[in-house]
Design a protein around this ligand. Sequence first.
Ligand code: FES
Ligand SMILES: [Fe+2]
Length: 359
Amino acid sequence: MNPEAPLRDLWYMPALSASLKPGAMRREMLLGEPVLLGRMHDGKAFAIRDICPHRGVPLSAGKILPENTVQCPYHGWRFRRDGVCSAIPSLVEGQDMDPEKIRVRSYPVKEQDGLIWVYVAEKPGTAPKGEPPRIPMSDGQAKASGHATIKKANPKPRWTEIQTFGCSIDHAVIGLMDPVHAAFVHDHWWWKRTPRVKEKHYAPLPTGFTMSKHKPSKPAYSLLGDVTTEITFELPSTRFEIVEGRLFGKSFKVIGLTVCTPRDEDHTDTIHVMYWPAWLTPLLRPIFMLLGPTFMADDRKMVELQREGLKFSPNLMLIQDGDQPAIWYHRVKKAWAESVENGTEFANPVQERVLRWKS
Ligand code: FES
Ligand SMILES: [Fe+2]
């Protein structure tokens, strides 16, 4: 078992719904595998291995036919969204061959909250263990009001930014959860403040941990008034920041989702998606448009610098409370990898704790 390999039997998020129109498809590398991500004319997204089993041509170079199959550009073999070959045009009568016996790997896809999630199973064809995360926009996704039930499912992404980091998923994730780098890496007047001792409570989640709800100390948050924030992390690389408060007499949630999607060993897309109620758009969207790309580029440039050192395979250190989230990440990852390998139940090794550091 290679400890650096991305985990399997988990959902990854390679693309946003808005980036895939009906009838479109493209190659998306995922965990080093070429995946055709497409959307049939009926609107449903799907994912299959992007290699034609006949002669290896990328199926994504072909086209999606009106009958909702993918046609290979070389000899026109057609594949359904479940990966089964539905037609081989060169066959003539009397040639006894059942195309449906031929198939390419298909990946379970789930589309929700404006995001496309793809499940990467350890053993192709096995059913997903669990569902991809939902955006916790409203408590329990639905709330009753009088006689009608208002469903708040599928909140809309209000702002998104994708940057490709030249590193493995591990370094991208660790950078994301590192509580002590901000003063150095995000050294902007609108973000920094004089370092001081922080004390934060952490608790386990099903496949990760959370920095429990607290009042944020960064002055940037005061734009939203008196708020609380909670920051969660779960496997494989899902971080939520859930900011809650009240403004103009209305309570709101602003949710930031960040995922690290491993493309191959040395490339990881960091995808950041913000959700908020529509009435906050005029306030928040200009700020994110102006500052968001810079903020994410700070982290990207740091892993690029880090790569210059990692080329020489140095021994690295994880020290004290400031590095504890990274230590937990390695432990949770290892426990998941072992549970997949041995077919055993996953047990989260994280224990509730208070961490202290200066930043
Ligand atoms: S290579 Fe795809 S049909 Fe021949
Ligand atoms: Fe950062």
